[in-house]
Write a protein that binds this ligand. Structure first.
Ligand code: PLP
Length: 358
């Protein structure tokens, strides 16, 4: 148990008046969680303080060598005004795996969950009331040691900020067009693909921008060795329903193990689908499409929950999926996941962690 000191703001900000205009990650709540690390004291001084700027030496390791990791999860307000989290222990465990890869000191999963809950409780009035809107939590750790020699920092700051965010599909679920990237790669065996680190994103922006210029919502990354097998999409994992079976890339070091991915796999299995986690060649997906067997394609991630895909563009080939509409399995996963998260469906899986009354 952390002994978290709470200092409340004396100058609370005005809450967003129109929750339909929140967008994603643009406005932040009144407080943030902080905790520091040094070798002598370990993780220490856990506290909730008013949201404020950091003061950091320009020579901090994080600015030069990107020793940084992050997480992303949401707090939901239910219809009967309870506030809850979805599988936060999965995020805590994944953050430990990221810590390990980036040579950072781990935070116990219970402490991670307690920190999230405490910040949400202090800022509970910032959890939006609109259906589909939520309070997005962004936990992250930065290396704060001063010095330009390449080294693992001996000091760190763990911070959680909270952003009231609008319904992802404010105008209804919109299937997206995806560009299969055949030049740039996101990950390769031995690199950091499985870790949620800012550096992965820095390296991916260029391909994303090019796809956007061509009118695609995101890129689908192929494996970094042969550029043959599908891995994931932008900030989402990706699933393919082909001839009745559900396929997604295995999490073998180059794919980010999404909490939404894992939850969707469990649900699909509960519903009797065969789920194959393995290598799936883009050529075989395009072939399945030509044969009329590519039934549904969807991305999974905390922000969008489920994002249906209506088109895949790979080299000179284009696959059109589900007549541009959301497929039945995609819809059922979306309804079930959001139903559990917003408390409209009973949580028989033990995925919900209550925080407080709203
Ligand atoms: C965070 C993330 C995901 C999705 O993970 P969730 O836990 O489902 O939000 C997928 N891919 C990448 C690259 C990510 O950073």
């Amino acid at each position: 148990m952390l002994d978290i000191k709470i200092t409340r703001t004396t100058a609370p900000k005005a809450k967003p008046a129109d929750e339909s205009k929140l967008g994603f990650g643009k406005k932040f709540s009144d407080h943030m969680f902080l905790m520091d690390y040094d070798r002598q004291n370990g993780w220490h001084d856990p506290r909730v303080v008013p949201y404020a700027n950091f003061t950091l030496d320009p020579a901090c390791v994080v600015f030069h060598y990107a020793q940084e990791i992050f997480e992303g999860l949401k707090a939901y307000r239910t219809a009967d005004n309870k506030i809850q989290l979805f599988r936060p222990e999965c995020n805590g465990a994944r953050m430990q795996d990221s810590c390990d890869r980036l040579c950072m000191p781990k935070i116990p999963v219970e402490d991670f969950v307690q920190a999230c809950k405490t910040l949400v409780e202090v800022d509970k009035d910032w959890v939006p009331h609109t259906d589909g809107a939520s309070l997005y939590l962004r936990p992250f750790i930065i290396a704060t040691d001063v010095g330009l020699g390449v080294h693992a920092s001996p000091t760190y700051t763990f911070c959680i900020i909270a952003a009231p965010s609008g319904a992802y599909y404010a105008e209804g679920i919109n299937p997206v067009r995806i560009y299969v990237e055949d030049e740039y790669i996101r990950a390769a065996p031995g690199l950091t693909g499985f870790a949620k680190c800012g550096g992965n994103y820095a390296a991916s922006i260029k391909a994303g921008e090019m796809a956007e210029e061509l009118g695609y919502a995101q890129v689908l990354w192929l494996d970094g060795v042969e550029r043959k097998y599908v891995e994931e999409v932008g900030s989402m994992n990706i699933f393919f329903k082909i001839d009745g079976k559900v396929y997604t890339a295995a999490c073998v070091g180059t794919v980010l193990p999404g909490v939404t991915r894992r939850s969707c796999i469990e649900l699909c299995k509960d519903w009797g689908y065969e789920v194959v986690e393995g290598k799936l060649a883009i050529a075989d997906i395009m072939k399945a499409s030509k044969e009329g067997k590519l039934e549904e394609v969807f991305g999974t991630g905390t922000a969008a929950v489920i994002s249906p895909v209506k088109e895949l563009k790979w080299e000179n080939e284009v696959a059109h999926i589900s007549d541009g509409k959301i497929g039945p399995l995609t819809q059922k996963l979306y309804d079930t996941m959001t139903g559990i998260q917003w408390g409209k469906i009973a949580d028989t899986k033990g995925w919900i962690v209550p925080v407080c009354n709203g």
